[in-house]
Design a protein around this ligand. Structure first.
Ligand SMILES: C[S@@+](CC[C@H](N)C(=O)[O-])C[C@H]1O[C@@H](n2cnc3c(N)ncnc32)[C@H](O)[C@@H]1O
Ligand SMILES: C[S@@+](CC[C@H](N)C(=O)[O-])C[C@H]1O[C@@H](n2cnc3c(N)ncnc32)[C@H](O)[C@@H]1O
Ligand code: SF4
Length: 383
C-alpha cells in the first residue's frame, strides 16, 4: 500500500510590527523610524488587519500559540487603536485566555494608567525597554526617559493582578563599568519582574554607534559583567532558559520567543515584519513585509517571499535552537526540518572535532566550550 506520510506542522505565532519610535536610538538595528505626520494611525491599523486576514488564509485552521506586538514602539499607538485591534484579532483567532499576548513599551510613551489598561484589553504580558537606570548612560545612548520616570512606571505595575512583566536591560554600554551594569540588575531585581531580558549591546554596521567608533568596555570587562550578572540573576531566583532570557518561574518563559527559538512558525504583519510558514509539503516559506509605511498603507504588503533552500535549513534551525543552550533531539531536527540527520553528519563531526558538540544516542549536546564559541559553532553550518 502506498502510505502517504503525514507531517506534523510546527506551532504558529502572530507577530505584529509597529515601526515608529519617538526617535531612532543610535545603537538600534530594528526596523524602526520616526513617524511622519502624514501617516494616519487609523489607516495603518486598518491595513494591519487586512494584512492579517490575507495571511490567516494561508494557515487555514492552525491554532495561534501567541501574539507579540513589537517594534519600533507599539506603545506610541493610541489606546483606542490597540483596543480596536486586539478586539478584532481576538474574534478571529484567540480562543483561550491563556494565549500569551505581549506588547513592547518605551517608558517615555505611556503612564501607569495606560499600562494598566493594556491588561484590561486582554494583553497579558508587558515588556518595558528600560536599557539602563543610570541617567548618564541613558543620555549617552540618547534615550529620552530617566531613572525616576522609569521606576515610577515599573512600581505602578505592582497593582496589576496576574502581572506578567518583562524588563529589557542592555549591558556593555559605552564606558559602562562592571559596577554600573550590576547596579542596573540589582535595582530591577528588587521589583521582582516575572522576566528579565538581559542583552549584551550589539553593534551592527548600519547603526551610528558603529560609524561613530564609540568607546566600549573591553572584552575582559564585558565577560566579567556577563559572569557576575548571570550569577546575580540566578542567586536572585531567576532561571536562564536562553542566552539573554531569565524567568522567575517556568510559566513566565516567553512563549512567543520560545516558539522562534524552537524554529516554530509565525505570521508577521506590519511594515518590515518577517514571517515563516511551513507548508504541508514541508517547504518553509519566508516573507518580509514592505518596510515603508507610505507604501504599506497603499495595500502593498509583501516585499519579498521565498522558499528557504534545503541547504540553508540546518543553519536556520541551529541558529535558533542553539540559543536555548540545551540538548537538541535528533528527532526534533528531523521532524522540524524534514531533513535526515545523516545529511548533516559531516558538519556535526567538524563541530565535534572542535569540541563544540557531543553526539549522544538521541541528541546533540553543546559543550561548555561550544556555549562560549556559539558563533564559531554556527558558522560550521553556514558553509
Ligand atoms: C525593538 S526594542 C522594543 C522596545 C522599545 N522600542 C524600546 O526601545 O524601549 C526591543 C529591545 O531590543 C533591545 N535592543 C535594541 N537594540 C539593541 C542592541 N543594539 N543591542 C542589544 N539589545 C538591543 C533593547 O533592550 C530593546 O528594549
Ligand atoms: C528583541 S526581542 C525583545 C523581546 C522582549 N525582551 C520580551 O521578552 O518581550 C523582540 C521580539 O520581536 C521579534 N521581532 C522583532 N522585529 C521583528 C520583525 N521585523 N519581524 C518579526 N519578528 C520581529 C523578535 O524576533 C523577538 O521575538
Ligand atoms: S531601541 Fe526601541 S525606541 Fe530605540 S529605535 Fe530601537 S525600537 Fe525604537
Amino acid at each position: 500500500m502506498n502510505k502517504k506520510k503525514i507531517y506534523k506542522l510546527p506551532p504558529i505565532s502572530l507577530y505584529i510590527h509597529i515601526p515608529w519610535c519617538i526617535k531612532k536610538c543610535p545603537y538600534c538595528d530594528f526596523h524602526s523610524y520616526k513617524k511622519s505626520k502624514k501617516i494616519f494611525e487609523k489607516k495603518y491599523i486598518k491595513n494591519l488587519f487586512q494584512d492579517f486576514k490575507n495571511d490567516k488564509k494561508k494557515i487555514s485552521k492552525r491554532k495561534i500559540l501567541s501574539v507579540f506586538i513589537g517594534g519600533g514602539t507599539p506603545s506610541l499607538l493610541k489606546l483606542s487603536s490597540i483596543k480596536y485591534f486586539i478586539k478584532k484579532i481576538k474574534k478571529k483567532i484567540i480562543k483561550s485566555k491563556k494565549t500569551e499576548i505581549t506588547i513592547e513599551i518605551n517608558p517615555d510613551t505611556i503612564n501607569s494608567n495606560q499600562l494598566i489598561k493594556y491588561y484590561n484589553f486582554g494583553i497579558n504580558r508587558t515588556s518595558i525597554g528600560v536599557q539602563t537606570l543610570n541617567n548618564n548612560l541613558l543620555k549617552k545612548i540618547e534615550r529620552t526617559h530617566n531613572k525616576k520616570k522609569t521606576i515610577k512606571l515599573i512600581k505602578s505595575t505592582n497593582k496589576i493582578k496576574n502581572r506578567n512583566l518583562n524588563i529589557d536591560i542592555i549591558y556593555g554600554l559605552p564606558e559602562q563599568s562592571i559596577q554600573d551594569s550590576l547596579n542596573d540588575l540589582k535595582i530591577i531585581i528588587n521589583f521582582k519582574p516575572e522576566h528579565i531580558s538581559w542583552y549584551l549591546l550589539d553593534i551592527e554596521p548600519n547603526t551610528p554607534f558603529y560609524t561613530k567608533n564609540i568607546k566600549l568596555p573591553s572584552l575582559k570587562k564585558t565577560r566579567k559583567m556577563q559572569k557576575l550578572g548571570k550569577e546575580l540573576l540566578i542567586k536572585s531566583g531567576y532561571q536562564q532558559y536562553e542566552i539573554s532570557s531569565f524567568a522567575r518561574k517556568k510559566k513566565y518563559r516567553c512563549i512567543h520567543n520560545l516558539n522562534y527559538w524552537n524554529f516554530g512558525d509565525y505570521i508577521g504583519i506590519g511594515c518590515g515584519a518577517h514571517g515563516k510558514i511551513t507548508k504541508k509539503n514541508k517547504d518553509i516559506v519566508r516573507t518580509i513585509k514592505t518596510k515603508q509605511d507610505s507604501q504599506y498603507i497603499k495595500k502593498k504588503y509583501i516585499q519579498k517571499k521565498y522558499i528557504v533552500s534545503k541547504k540553508d535549513i540546518p543553519f536556520e534551525f541551529f541558529l535558533n535552537k542553539f540559543r536555548l543552550l540545551k540538548p537538541i533531539l535528533h528527532q526534533d531536527f528531523e521532524n522540524t526540518t524534514n531533513i535526515k540527520k545523516r545529511k548533516i553528519k559531516k558538519k556535526i563531526s567538524i563541530a565535534e572535532k572542535h569540541g563544540f558538540l557531543q553526539t549522544k544516542k538521541k541528541s546533540w549536546i553543546i559543550t561548555k566550550h561550544g556555549k562560549k564559541k556559539l558563533n564559531s559553532l554556527l558558522s560550521i553550518f553556514l558553509k
